[in-house]
Ligand binder design. Structure first.
Ligand code: ZN
Length: 280
């Protein structure tokens, strides 16, 4: 690569470089990293902004929607003049303005069983920030089968939950949640979401991506982090791989991708009760 570690690099990223856990070597790893954010919405917005600010070399943004007025309460990649524009267009504009070091790759398409494997396999880490369960399971399955580490995230009302997955090594979303839910499920559109918690959870996901890239700290593996911002309670519950998991189990039957049936629904699937995650 022709990149030169010049004064501007050292100054822009000085607060990272000062951290012993990151340093110049870690910042150069960030510079070489390719991260995909699936969904340029409530979670993808803060995640993409912090990844861009951190200087991720290639930042992919996948979203097929256009900006709606009701998005602006929490989707901070987008601004009022962007209403009606493709979300990937406003995202790319905002990311480039924040940090021209970042190469933005836009995927203005719905990720489906037919195309998602090709997309995720181009990246080192995936941040999942989609608003419906079929897509969550599709991202999980695609990343597990492709061996790409990823962060799952969900929010609803005042509650957020997230976990990080190293495919083949730690519990995946299916291990913890089982089969996709059926029936009517509350959505952010029907039940509401406290806007700032999108920032809380998406920022956690960006931090997980940057920890994975740099090796700093300990990632949120084999654990489900839940918070209830109404009481500002945080809880980390251990989870385990399910030997019978359909995608990461030794005898799993999901070896090729198919679009997951189920209600289009949003957010954190389970409340932050002590017994919330399904542990095998
Ligand atoms: Zn699994």
């Amino acid at each position: 690569m022709d990149f030169v570690c010049d004064d501007a690099f050292l100054e822009r990223y000085s607060r990272h470089i000062l951290l012993p856990e990151v340093g110049v070597a870690g910042q150069l790893r960030i510079r070489r990293a390719k991260v995909l954010v699936v969904g340029a919405g409530g979670l993808g917005s803060p995640a993409a902004l912090y990844l861009a600010a951190a200087g991720v070399g290639v930042l992919g943004v996948a979203d097929a929607d256009v900006v709606d007025l009701s998005n602006l309460q929490r989707q901070i990649l987008h601004a009022t003049p962007d209403i009606g524009a493709p979300k990937v267009a406003s995202a790319a504009r905002r990311i480039r303005a924040l940090n021209p070091d970042v190469e933005v790759v836009t995927h203005a398409q719905y990720l489906t069983a037919a195309n998602i494997a090709d997309v995720v396999s181009r990246y080192d880490f995936v941040v999942e920030g989609v608003d419906n369960f079929p897509s969550k399971y599709l991202v999980n399955d695609a990343c597990v089968l492709a061996g790409v580490p990823f962060s799952m995230g969900g929010i609803l009302q005042f509650v957020g939950q997230t976990m990080t997955v190293l495919p083949g090594e730690t519990a995946c979303y299916r291990c913890v949640m089982g089969e996709p839910p059926t029936g009517k499920i509350p959505t952010c559109a029907s039940a509401g979401v406290f806007g700032a918690i999108a920032g809380m959870l998406g920022s956690i996901q960006a931090a997980e991506a940057l920890k994975h890239i740099t090796g700093a700290g300990r990632p949120l593996l084999d654990a489900l982090l839940c918070f209830d911002a109404a009481a500002m309670d945080f809880m980390k519950s251990p989870v385990r791989r399910d030997p019978a998991c359909r995608v990461c189990g030794a005898h799993g039957d999901i070896r090729t991708l198919s679009d997951v049936a189920g209600p289009v629904c949003a957010g954190a699937r389970r409340a932050c009760a002590p017994d919330a995650p399904k542990t095998p």
